[in-house]
Design a binder for this molecule. Structure first.
Ligand code: ZN
Length: 226
């Protein structure tokens, strides 16, 4: 756990070195306190992702349920749902987790473009989750590996395109948001990022135009918490 905390602190630009008692101001958070908030942001990102799936599962009456799966021998759990949904519903359910991540990043970077230089460990934890998980899913999409319930497979099959395309469409906003974090005044990156996120939502209409339905309920995949 302390290793994970150190990694999160490093990624979030939060100083992990112990602060001398003489330097510590009454309202200055300790590194441990900040690390806890980074972790809380990370966990909030996870919860928001899952909530995104569940909202559409419930909206479409898709009967969500937990399912045990395995990826390369690593146990995972997935939130799956009934098969046979129309393509557009399948696309929205599969995409919703990643949409929530993209739009929470958008909210943070739009409200506070300079967040990198602010003491905002919770928001930085959220950003780390958003970008990190998008990169993780993009990798799974490029390699077309992992449980068949993975989000990117559900998205690709409901659109009728090859899964690596989805990987590319996830990497673009994640890369642009990372760029915005370091270059808050890059207007082109802001609008390119927003356009790439909107494209993923608008693809719902492409899925809507496709006949038939997908055979496999999509879901999100996460390492099973022990
Ligand atoms: Zn998911």
């Amino acid at each position: 756990m302390s290793g994970l905390l150190s990694l999160l602190l490093l990624l979030a630009d939060v100083p992990a070195a112990p602060v001398s008692l003489f330097e510590l101001q009454p309202d200055q958070p300790t590194a441990e306190h900040a690390g806890g908030k980074v972790l809380a942001g990370f966990v909030a990102g996870f919860a928001t992702h899952e909530l995104g799936h569940l909202v559409f599962d419930v909206a479409f009456d898709a009967h969500p349920y937990f399912k045990s799966v395995s990826a390369g021998g690593i146990p995972f759990f997935a939130i799956s749902h009934d098969p046979g949904l129309p393509n557009w519903q399948e696309y929205m359910i599969s995409s919703a987790g990643l949409w929530t991540q993209q739009w929470t990043s958008e909210w943070i970077l739009s409200r506070n473009p300079d967040v990198r230089h602010q003491s905002a460990p919770f928001r930085k934890g959220l950003l780390i989750f958003d970008v990190g998980v998008a990169a993780f899913y993009a990798g799974a999409a490029f390699l077309q590996t992992g449980p068949e319930e993975r989000d990117t497979r559900g998205m690709a099959s409901s659109l009728g395109i090859a899964e690596p395309w989805i990987g590319g469409m996830l990497l673009v906003p994640a890369g642009l948001d990372t760029y915005r974090y370091y270059h808050p005044r890059a207007g082109w990156a802001k609008w390119a990022s927003r356009a790439s996120k909107a494209t993923l939502v608008l693809l719902t209409f492409t899925a809507h135009g496709r006949q038939g339905n997908t055979a496999v309920g999509s879901a999100s995949i996460r390492p099973r918490l022990r």
